[in-house]
Design a protein around this ligand. Structure first.
Ligand SMILES: Cc1ncc(COP(=O)(O)O)c(C=O)c1O
Length: 407
């Protein structure tokens, strides 16, 4: 049976991307290194603001950044001689507890800076801690930020917008967890709940924003700003690897495993990684068997013009962040030349993986992030250096986390 046949039956698969090119052959991408530079510089400008309003960013000098953790216990269970396993702890990112803190916060900051500039509010003699001043909040309260989300993007955009003083509305899909909606409402964010899935929530947000001239819609399916914000992560990884003395080369590449929903988060990280490591990195996505939208788009070449529902899948999964039926409008095409492969996983595997992270490394993450374990469980794509990109779960209340094991 071909791969599509297995996907239709919701069987787990591994697809190797034979269309991948070497980094030297890549041209005509819709985004350039300049946009990552610009994003890195803007985040640096806002470091003084974060140091003022979110003291927990102090250990990273005001940057929204996570640690790279050497998973020695997982290594005992999964690694062969010379293989190392690292965890990129985006589940611990400040403000949102997920990878969505990278792109989401970045796009809100970019919009805030633009509004402040248009209104000549920025005092060039002072640093960006001034964004915490009352006058900025008053200005931003005249603008609305709107987003559609399965949960984590909404959490990051909602929290960041509220901190700056924007009026903010999050359209949540039916997958979004109650505690995420509660947290947003407690912080003054308007949450609109939809009976439909992620694509429907995004569509409603887009429509609402088009009716308000002071509204900025954060478009998870199309946004280059989100993408650039995610891509910055790669720059900082280089230093983190060197602190562990990790050596890599084109002959001994690093393997990186990233959970994929609409594709912006993992796609941005892959693009960023390629600009730094080139052919010395191999990148893999992981999707749920019922929501393999990126894989379906790439295998058929139809990208965002096909949905998982069209091949009889439900798009229902416990990995709420990955419950996306139609991929981003540009990421899949870009990944055709950059990505090494895609795994799909069942909900039962996700539960086992969550348990494995907990029992080996005492880490409680959400199912989407636990999907990364397939990379080392499957084994064949492992390199000497393996990075599981833990994309979320840091804010999940313990009783919520325990519920996953009582299904
Ligand atoms: C925990 C987690 N991991 C991974 C992803 C996937 O990111 P994207 O939808 O940008 O592919 C999401 C998306 O919300 C998420 O919440």
């Amino acid at each position: 049976m071909g791969i599509l046949g297995k996907m239709k039956k919701a069987e787990p698969v591994f697809w190797q991307n034979d269309a991948k090119k070497s980094w030297a052959e890549i041209k005509d991408l819709p985004i350039s290194i300049n946009e990552i530079d610009e994003a890195a510089q803007r985040l640096q400008r806002f470091a003084s603001f974060f140091l003022k309003v979110r003291p927990e960013t102090e250990s990273k000098n005001g940057l929204i950044e996570s640690d790279l953790f050497h998973a020695k216990n997982l290594e005992k269970q999964y690694a062969r001689t010379n293989e190392q396993i690292f965890l990129k702890r985006d589940d611990r990112l400040p403000i949102a507890g997920s990878i969505k803190a990278r792109g989401g916060i970045y796009e809100v900051l970019k919009f805030a800076e633009q509004v402040a500039m248009e209104n000549t509010m920025i005092d060039p003699t002072k640093d960006y801690a001034q964004f915490a001043n009352k006058q900025f909040k008053e200005l931003f309260s005249n603008y609305e930020i709107i987003v559609g989300s399965t949960g984590n993007l909404g959490l990051s955009i909602g929290m960041m917008s509220a901190i700056l003083g924007f009026s903010v509305t999050v359209h949540m899909s039916n997958d979004a967890k109650q505690w995420k909606k509660d947290q947003l409402r407690e912080n003054g964010v308007t949450v609109v709940e939809h009976a439909g899935d992620y694509s429907k929530a995004v569509e409603r947000g887009r429509q609402e924003a088009s009716e308000n001239k002071n509204a900025h819609f954060i478009d998870d399916e199309n946004s280059m700003d989100l993408f650039a914000g995610y891509a910055v992560a790669a720059r900082r990884l280089e230093d983190q690897l060197s602190q562990y003395g990790v050596q890599y080369s084109e002959q001994k590449p690093i393997s990186v495993y990233l959970p994929c929903g609409v594709g912006g988060g993992p796609g941005g990280v892959v693009f960023g990684l390629k600009t730094i490591f080139g052919d010395a990195v191999k990148c893999y996505f992981i999707e749920p068997v019922q929501s393999p939208c990126m894989l379906l788009g790439m295998v058929t070449g139809k990208h965002h013009q096909i949905s998982v529902q069209e091949i009889g899948l439900t798009n229902l999964t416990i990995a709420d962040g990955l419950a996306v039926g139609t991929p981003s409008k540009f990421v899949g095409e870009m990944m055709m030349s950059l990505l090494d492969g895609i795994f799909t996983v069942t909900d039962d595997q996700l539960i086992q993986f969550m348990d494995c992270f907990h029992s080996n490394e005492a880490i409680m993450i959400e199912p989407s992030a636990a999907a990364t374990l397939i990379g080392i469980d499957h084994g064949e794509t492992m390199s000497n250096t393996n990075i599981l990109w833990l994309t979320g779960g840091g804010l999940v209340p313990q009783n919520e986390w325990e519920q996953y094991f009582k299904r």
